[in-house]
Design a binder for this molecule. Structure first.
Ligand code: SF4
Length: 505
């Protein structure tokens, strides 16, 4: 009630929420049972509801294997982190070790099999990192599930296999719906254990997590209203504000930040290209889903009307990147793996088309897109397991709408309106991946997210901007509220929706 009163008062008075009000809301929400997905108030993701956005680009746009940032990239980062910690343990402790074990809980247990979580977790334990792992290494685990992999610790080598990754309780009172524990064992004895959380978008935390030290943002903001005020008062674009903050918070130079953005843009173009050039195949898993990006792309070039062609080409690009995700190939979280087809489709459509958008513009678009993702992460969630698909495809679509607006030189208000519109029309969207695989509805959903982003941009640039009735902060708050109210079975458990009704034969 208290949080509702704070939120309602803020909306009704049009006042910016104070950090205290947001913190009170975050604390209250952290204590509320989210219909089976209670978040611990100890999680940094919850604590960071207080204060300004501090996320930086390298935390946000991550390159790694599909199909899910929270169920593949996050777990791989977690087990890689655990292995590194183990290497620093005292030698007498390591001398007793006989193996490593990982236990998956909550959504990781409920839908991990369909996401290949056990393969990602094992790959991290044997020293693979998401950005550099060869997808063929992960694919080999499908064809040779009993294969063992040597791991060296403290001068000893032992063999690990998929049997060391345990699908534990899918339901329970966990600090986060994506909880896992990693253990260094000596037979049945646990020598060292750490509990981790894959908190969405490939972000990870662990019990006792302390966020890394960062600089203070030049333009502190926790809402779109505050962000836009900085832009307008300083005659900057949204991208300009984000770049200034990135330099201040990360301590990196503009040159290094641009180099990172170029890498992300290149990876996005590559994932679409790779998906479009793949022959129509049957994607991994029990759905036996045929890929179709290449066919849609080819046929789109043959249609008579340009408007049909434009929509079909954008959809084909999104299908392409999303099918790459389903194949377990390399994708970019923007903001997640499940939604990894949306923004690359937009980047591809603007760069590899007659528009030939230059890289300087693409960088600005990526910065503006990140701003929207940061705000959704800060004030709601990016995890389907917490907020349903509105948090993944909805946020990706909003980021993409902001991307288009920014590269087209729109004002901060138009950029906000475009993002708001795209997010608004994903509100309530549930997460119900059939058989736990990020394929149905996820792949086509990326295509719709990309097309909706373009629609949102077109509406925002053709309406009278000041008359746009709904502001982005209100929609992000609604995203959080709706996610909280959503039945747990629609939060990446595969117990409801299409996952419950589609008959697989
Ligand atoms: S339904 Fe949406 S949120 Fe759920 S796995 Fe698919 S893309 Fe992600």
């Amino acid at each position: 009630m208290r949080s509702a009163a704070i939120g309602a008062a803020a909306v009704m008075t049009g006042q910016v929420w104070t950090p205290e009000a947001r913190a009170a809301q975050a604390a209250q929400e952290a204590q509320s049972p989210l219909l089976g997905t209670t978040l611990s108030p100890d999680l940094d993701a919850v604590k960071r509801a207080k204060g300004p956005v501090m996320t930086v680009l390298e935390e946000f746009y991550k390159v790694g294997p599909g199909p899910s940032s929270s169920h593949t990239i996050g777990p791989m980062r977690i087990t890689y982190d655990f292995y590194q910690r183990c290497t620093n343990l005292p030698s007498d402790q390591l001398a007793q070790a006989t193996g490593l074990k990982v236990h998956l809980f909550g959504s990781l247990s409920a839908t991990g099999k369909g996401h290949g979580t056990e393969r990602a977790a094992l790959a991290g334990l044997v020293g693979k990192e998401p950005a550099t792992v060869d997808p063929a290494f992960l694919s080999e685990m499908i064809t040779s599930p009993d294969k063992t992999y040597p791991v060296s610790l403290g001068g000893r080598t032992f063999q690990l296999s998929l049997s060391d990754i345990v699908y534990d309780a899918p339901k329970g009172d966990f600090p986060h719906p994506n909880t896992m524990t990693c253990r260094l064992v000596a037979g049945d004895n646990v020598l060292y254990e750490l509990e981790y959380y894959s908190v969405g978008g490939g972000f990870i935390e662990w019990k006792g997590y302390e966020p890394p030290q960062k600089g203070q943002p030049k333009y502190p903001y926790a809402t779109m209203k505050e962000l836009r005020a900085h832009a307008e008062q300083n005659n900057l674009s949204i991208a300009g504000v984000i770049m200034a903050n990135e330099i201040a918070v990360s301590g990196k130079s503009e040159k290094d930040i641009n180099a990172f953005l170029d890498k992300i843009a290149g990876a996005m173009l590559a994932t679409v290209k790779s998906g479009l050039s793949a022959k129509d195949d049957v994607l991994p898993g029990p759905i036996k889903l045929h890929s179709k990006a290449a066919t849609v792309w080819k046929r789109a070039h043959e249609v008579t009307y340009e408007s049909d062609r434009a929509i079909a080409l954008v959809a084909a690009c999104a299908l392409a990147a999303s099918e790459e995700n389903a194949r377990g190939h390399i994708v970019i979280t923007a903001p997640t793996g499940g939604s990894a087809g949306v923004m690359p489709a937009i980047v591809y459509a603007l760069v590899e088309s007659k528009r030939r958008m230059p890289i300087e513009k693409v960088r600005q678009g990526l910065l503006a897109g990140a701003a929207i993702g940061y705000l959704c992460k800060h004030n709601a969630t990016l995890a389907g397991a917490e907020g349903g698909c509105q948090s993944e495809i909805g946020v990706a679509s909003a980021m993409s709408a902001a991307f288009i607006a920014e590269v087209m030189g729109a004002s901060p208000l138009v950029t906000e309106n475009a993002a708001e519109s795209a997010l608004e029309h994903h509100l309530g969207m549930t997460c119900d991946p059939v058989a736990g695989y990020v394929q149905v509805p996820c792949i086509e959903r990326c295509a719709f997210g990309a097309v909706k982003a373009w629609t949102a941009f077109l509406i925002a640039t053709n309406e009278i901007a000041s008359r746009h009735r709904v502001d982005l902060d209100t929609t992000i708050k609604t995203l959080a509220d709706t996610g909280r109210d959503m039945s747990a079975k629609y939060k990446e458990t595969s117990e409801g929706g299409l996952a419950a009704n589609l008959v697989l034969c």
